[in-house]
Design a protein around this ligand. Structure first.
Ligand code: XMP
Length: 521
C-alpha cells in the first residue's frame, strides 16, 4: 500500500518529529481540521518529498537545542531554505527556528503547565483570541532574543517570548513556545485552524476519502493468487481491517483468531460469536500452550512482547504455508507505523508488539497488508461506522495486543495470569452492574510478586496483592484515574478477596498518565 496516492494536493501537512511527547497530537488536531497530516522523523528528512506538502510543522522535543545532533539543525535548515511553504514551529521547533535564524536561546527559563500569554501584536494567527489567554507550556529553554527582522506576537506572564512571526524565503514562518495541540490550551485548536487558513490548505481529509483510497489500494493485490489470511482479535483495528479486506477479496479472505491464552475471561468465545455476526467467521487456533510455555518465568515485559510477536509470526506462518497463502492482513494503525520507523527520535516507552515484534523475515516472506496504517484510532472508528460495525466493536475497551501478559508484573506465572483474569472479570462485572463500564476508558486488575499477610479462615497466610486500575481518557495519551465512590471500590475489593483465595490485599491505582502509564508494564 503506497502513501503516494494518499496525499491530498494542496491539503497535506508535514509534521517533522523531533521526539516530542505530543507529536501525534499535532497530527491528530490537524486531521480533525480536515487536512492530512503525516509525520516524518527529523533524521529521515532526506527521504521526504517536500513537493507533496503545502505546510510544515516542526514538533516539540525532549531535547535541547544545545545538545541536539547535527541532523536536527540540518532538517530544519532544509525546511527553511529549500521550501517556500508556510511553517509553524512548536516549542522545541520555536527555539530551533529562532536559533537558526539568528535569535538567542538560553536555558534556565522553563515554564511548565498552565501559563497566561499576552498577545502583543495583532496577527491572523491569533484571530479569535482575547488579548490574554491560557496556554500549556512544557519547556526548560527559551528564546531571549528574537531573530532579526522578526515580529514578537505574544509574551508569557513570565515575560518570555511566546510567539514569533518571520518571513523567510518569501513565505511566512510562525513559531510558538506553547503547545496549541493539547486540550490544556483552550484556544490552541483555533490557532491551528488559523494556521491552516493562512496556509490556504484544502480541508478534504475525511473518512470517506480514506475509505476510497484504501479500497483502491487493496484492489492492486487481487492478482496475487491463493487465500488471504487476516489476523483478527476482536479489537476494532483488526476487525475493520479484515472487513475492508473482505470487501475487496470476498470469499478468498480467511480471518484467523489465535487464542494465545492471554485473553480476558470468556473473551475468545464472545469475540468469535461477534465476528461471525459481522460476516467474519474465523478459523480459531488454540495456541495457548505454545505462548504460555515460552512466557513462563519471563520477568521483562519488553521480552514478553517480543516473544509474543515472534510466536504470532510463527503460528501465522505455519497457517499461511499450509493454506498456500501469500498475503497477510493485520490491523496496524498509524502511531505504530510512525514509532517503528522513528529510530531513536522519541524516548521509547513501550514497544507495541505488532510492529516491532513482527519479525523482518515474516515481512520479507509474505505480502503484509495494513489497511489502517495511516489512521488514528478515532479515524478507524469512523471507518467502522461506514462499514456498519455494531457498537460491540466500537465501544469495547482498548485491549493490548499482548493481552494480559502486560498486566502481570514481575515473574510471569500461569497462577498469576489466572488471578489477573479472575480479578479483571470482577472489576468489569461490578462496573457493569453500576452502569459505569461504558463511561470509563479502561478497567482492569494487575498482579505482581509482592505478598501481603492475610487472615483467611482464621489462618495466617501470605497472599498476592491485586491492584485495580480504572482510568478515563480520550486518546490514551493522557489519562486520569476514575474517582469511584468508596462503596464501589469496597465492593470490588471484597469480591476479589472473597472469590480468589490467594489474594489478601486489593489496592486502587491513583496515579495519572503522565507520570504513570495506563498498563503496568
Ligand atoms: P500505556 O500503558 O502506554 O498504554 O499508557 C496506552 C494504550 O495502549 C495500550 N497498550 C498496548 N496496546 N500493544 C497494544 O496493542 C501493547 O503492547 C500495548 N501496551 C499498551 C494500552 O492498553 C492503552 O490503551
Amino acid at each position: 500500500m503506497t502513501v503516494d496516492n494518499l496525499y491530498i494536493k494542496g491539503g497535506s501537512v508535514l509534521v517533522i518529529d523531533y521526539g516530542g511527547q505530543y507529536t501525534h497530537l499535532i497530527a491528530r488536531r490537524l486531521r480533525e481540521l480536515g487536512v492530512l497530516a503525516l509525520i516524518e522523523p527529523y533524521n529521515r528528512i532526506d527521504n521526504v518529498d517536500f513537493s507533496k506538502y503545502s505546510a510544515i510543522v516542526l514538533s516539540g522535543s525532549h531535547r535541547s537545542t544545545f545538545n541536539a545532533d547535527s541532523l536536527v539543525e540540518y532538517s530544519a535548515r532544509r525546511v527553511l531554505y529549500e521550501t517556500k511553504i508556510p511553517v509553524l514551529g512548536i516549542c522545541f521547533g520555536h527555539q530551533l527556528i529562532a536559533k537558526i535564524l539568528g535569535g538567542v536561546v538560553k536555558s534556565g527559563c522553563g515554564e511548565f503547565g498552565g501559563v497566561v500569554v499576552k498577545v502583543v501584536s495583532e496577527d491572523e494567527l491569533f484571530n479569535g483570541w482575547s488579548s490574554e489567554e491560557r496556554v500549556w507550556m512544557s519547556h526548560s529553554d527559551c528564546v531571549t532574543e528574537p531573530p532579526p527582522d522578526s515580529r514578537v506576537l505574544a509574551v508569557s506572564e513570565n515575560d518570555f517570548i511566546a510567539a514569533i512571526r518571520l518571513i523567510v524565503n518569501d513565505r511566512v514562518v510562525y513559531t510558538v513556545q506553547f503547545h496549541p495541540e493539547v486540550v490544556h490550551t483552550p484556544k490552541g485548536k483555533l490557532l491551528l485552524e488559523n494556521f491552516v487558513k493562512i496556509s490556504g490548505l484544502k480541508r478534504e481529509w475525511k473518512s470517506e476519502y480514506y475509505y476510497n483510497y484504501v479500497l483502491t489500494e487493496l484492489e492492486k493485490y487481487k492478482s496475487i493468487e491463493g487465500p488471504i489470511i487476516a489476523a483478527v482479535s476482536g479489537g476494532i483495528d483488526s476487525t475493520v481491517s479484515a472487513l475492508l479486506a473482505k470487501r475487496v477479496f470476498g470469499g478468498r479472505l480467511t480471518p484467523v483468531f489465535i487464542d494465545h491464552g492471554l485473553f480476558r475471561e470468556g473473551e475468545p468465545e464472545e469475540v468469535v460469536e461477534m465476528l461471525k455476526k459481522v460476516g467474519l467467521e474465523p478459523l480459531v487456533i488454540n495456541a495457548q500452550e505454545r505462548f504460555l510455555s515460552r512466557l513462563e518465568g519471563v520477568r521483562d515485559c519488553e521480552i514478553r512482547r517480543q516473544i509474543i510477536g515472534e510466536e504470532f509470526a510463527l503460528v501465522f506462518s505455519e497457517i499461511m504455508d499450509k493454506e498456500d497463502s501469500r498475503v497477510f492482513v493485520q490491523g496496524t494503525t498509524y502511531p505504530d507505523i510512525v514509532e517503528s520507523g522513528a529510530t531513536g527520535v522519541a524516548d521509547k516507552i513501550k514497544t507495541h508488539h505488532n510492529v516491532a515484534g513482527l519479525p523482518l523475515w515474516f515481512r520479507e516472506k509474505y505480502v503484509v497488508l495494513e489497511p489502517l496504517k495511516y489512521l488514528y484510532k478515532d479515524e478507524v472508528r469512523e471507518i467502522g461506522k461506514i462499514l456498519g460495525l455494531p457498537d460491540y466493536f466500537t465501544k469495547r475497551h482498548p485491549f493490548p495486543g499482548p493481552g494480559l501478559a502486560v498486566r502481570v508484573i514481575g515473574e510471569f506465572t500461569r497462577r498469576k495470569l489466572e488471578i489477573c483474569k479472575k480479578a479483571s472479570a470482577i472489576v468489569e462485572r461490578v462496573l457493569k452492574k453500576h452502569g459505569l463500564y461504558d463511561h470509563v476508558w479502561q478497567a482492569f486488575a494487575v498482579v505482581g510478586d509482592d505478598l501481603w499477610v492475610g487472615v483467611k479462615g482464621d489462618a495466617r497466610r501470605h497472599g498476592y496483592i491485586v491492584t485495580v486500575r480504572i482510568v478515563e481518557s480520550s486518546d490514551a495519551m493522557t489519562a486520569d484515574y476514575v474517582k469511584l465512590p468508596y462503596s464501589i471500590i469496597d465492593e470490588i475489593s471484597r469480591e476479589i478477596t472473597r472469590s480468589i483465595d490467594e489474594v489478601t490485599m486489593v489496592t486502587y491505582a491513583v496515579t495519572t498518565k503522565p507520570p504513570s502509564t495506563i498498563e503496568p508494564c
